[in-house]
Design a protein around this ligand. Structure first.
Ligand SMILES: Nc1ncnc2c1ncn2[C@@H]1O[C@H](COP(=O)(O)OP(=O)(O)O)[C@@H](O)[C@H]1O
Ligand SMILES: [Mg+2]
Length: 309
């Protein structure tokens, strides 16, 4: 069995009522174990409770009940060690405009008690692509640069776990690619455990080994990405005929539609074989010029899971 980077048990969070809003139960008894060395996705719609969970891990939000163990240290019993094991890139842009990137990294390293001789400020500036902006005031940095600086701040104390809260919400493609390249590198080269939240299902599918889907403050499923995608047994073949497409007579369990000049045939692959579907077309006198197979997506998994409740 792999050791866990994080073990969360019975975690609840109820935000106190305010003048504007009643009390809010943001987390309702979450149990979750995140293995060391993984790229783990916390997936769920807006308001599901993802940031609340991350902020509890980061020590920024106080939990209502439950326990949190980070790298073998209970958050309540060993707050210092558990905090040292984790670096968090928050969802919100929180930066002091009067610091330069170098200054911000130094202050952060100081907060974590990293001795000067052990600071890797220049290496971090290089990694986040801000070496040439090292001494520019944060207020002169673009939104993308500020986000990169937040990533840098999360790394100053060389944590074993890096947490990224919606790192690509509203960022351009270039920054997104740069972030993902860095994350993959930190995971592959240093074995850093990566936890990221996103509401982009495609992104989670592409990046994560394992995924927990959370909805209304509860974990509704948790599995490897491969197993989650394997839950979808519906398969679609997109067939281009050599003439105008039309739907031939089909037996029960196979449905057909014309889509973008192609014939889309959908069936349960545990009930029907692709061969059988293609034979039906040949029997109907259809000549096939091209075949594509559509992959299951996490979106289908998500819809299937949330529809069942
Ligand atoms: N500081 C807060 N005070 C009151 N309610 C909050 C606070 N932060 C978040 N919430 C509420 O808790 C729920 C979960 O929010 P959040 O953890 O931010 O979800 P997510 O990150 O998945 O979008 C939402 O209903 C949100 O409005
Ligand atoms: Mg959030």
């Amino acid at each position: 069995m792999r050791a866990n980077a994080i073990t969360i048990t019975g975690l609840t969070k109820t935000y106190a009522p305010s003048a504007k809003a009643p009390a809010k139960e943001a987390l309702r008894g979450v149990d979750l174990a995140i293995p060391r060395g993984s790229i783990f996705g916390l997936l769920g719609p807006n308001g599901a409770g993802k940031s609340t969970m991350i902020n509890i891990l980061a020590g920024l939000v106080r939990k209502t009940a439950g326990s949190v163990d980070i790298w073998g240290f209970d958050q309540d019993k060993n707050p210092r060690q558990s905090r040292a094991a984790i670096g968090v890139m928050p969802q919100e842009l929180v930066l002091d405009p009067f610091f330069t990137p170098r200054g911000a990294l130094d202050v952060q390293a100081g907060l974590y008690g990293v001795p000067r001789a052990q600071r890797k400020t220049d290496a971090i500036l290089d990694l986040i692509g801000l070496a040439d902006k090292a001494d520019a005031y944060a207020r002169s940095l673009s939104g993308g640069m500020r986000r990169r600086l937040l990533l840098g701040k999360a790394l100053v104390h060389s944590p074993q776990i890096l947490v990224l809260d919606e790192p690509t919400a509203g960022v351009d493609i270039e920054l997104r690619n740069m972030l993902w390249a860095n994350v993959r590198r930190l995971n592959a080269e240093l074995g850093m455990t990566i936890i990221l939240t996103t509401h982009y299902l495609e992104e989670a599918q592409e990046m994560c080994d394992e995924i927990a889907i959370i909805n209304h403050g509860q974990v509704i499923t948790r599995d490897t990405t491969t197993n989650l995608l394997g839950q979808i047994t519906t398969k679609t073949l997109l067939i281009t005929p050599d003439g105008p497409p039309h739907v031939p007579p089909l037996p029960p369990g196979i449905t057909g539609a014309v889509r973008d000049g192609a014939l889309a045939l959908t069936y349960d692959h545990t009930q029907h074989a692709a061969d059988q579907v293609l034979d039906l077309l040949r029997d109907a006198g259809i000549t096939i010029t091209d075949i594509k197979s559509e992959q299951a997506t996490l979106e289908e998994v998500f819809l299937a899971l949330t529809a069942a409740r």
